[in-house]
Design a protein around this ligand. Sequence first.
Ligand code: PEP
Ligand code: MN
Length: 360
Amino acid sequence: MKNTTALRTWLDEMNLSHPLVIAGPCSAETEEQVLKIAHELKDSDVNYYRAGIWKPRTRPGMFEGVGEIGLRWLKKVKEETGMKTCTEVANAAHVKLAVDNDVDLLWIGARSTVSPFIMQEIADALQGTDKIVLVKNPVNPDLALWLGGIERLYTAGIKNLGAIHRGFSTYEKSKYRNIPEWQLAIEFQHKFPDLPLICDPSHITGNRNMIFDVSQTALDLNFDGLMIETHIDPDNAWSDAAQQVTPTRLKQIMEDLKIRKETETDTKFKDSLENLRAQINVIDDQLIDMLGKRMKVADQIGQLKKEKNVAVLQSKRWNEILGNMVLEGEQRGLSEEFILRMFKAIHQESINHQEKIING
Ligand code: PEP
Ligand code: MN
């Protein structure tokens, strides 16, 4: 993609004094529900009212969205509250219906971004419209696939673009519904600094009690906005009940979030920051150095195992090490999740080194 500065014009033109806010229920359920939530969000920071009309569900037989009729309810939201509206589209028919019914912003869901066929179909259907289109990351942590999807839209002439970070699916158990992999989002920003990036803490956490913290992290990382699922009766929502917040809670979250300035001109601040960053650089160098040394020891172990024909993986010893490291980490304020992920990665590298020696 060239000349990407044009991509954020739609957001800059809104001239917001706060991050972009998209809120509303996971799914449109009834006309009454859609309008009630909208009226409660009317005089808040919310810029776009969201509601899923067609719902991608993991298993058949679950509530799959109200369909076309919900678009009429969104029209009413606009007429009665003045809020702009948005919904998810997953094929050409959805695009046509959403455009015909004046939906202002469309987003593409995580299960659609994984498929280049679907992305191309949506891009073709959108040709000639000036809709704002936000592309959620694919369910798997594949930056190229995410960018490829956005590029298909750009090539089809859609220039009002943005991305939504909604976390990534993993087999491993974690406290998140979809782990954030913040590094990937940071890399995304480096590659396309002009592409607006919105965080969806609802689908990252799957848990309404974690929405605030993840939102704050996103703002600290200079995200441009937030999409937060909001429902008048979250516990009885027809989809994603555990992660939705009430309109009252949403307003509180908005009030409590600290919006950090991207840069600060004060020189004393700059000096201190520079200094702390230098310290981080030194420590990172030491970490790399230590890891290199650790792998040299692993190589020696590989040599020994080769001579005695012993298996590389010694599960019992490994579980003991992990247990100890979690305890050690705890005393230094490091989360169990971090320790497990870090040591699993180190262990894998160690196994790779040993395999090379044994089979080499
Ligand atoms: C949604 O926003 O309701 C949704 C289905 O999200 P995702 O595509 O991120 O799963
Ligand atoms: Mn949802």
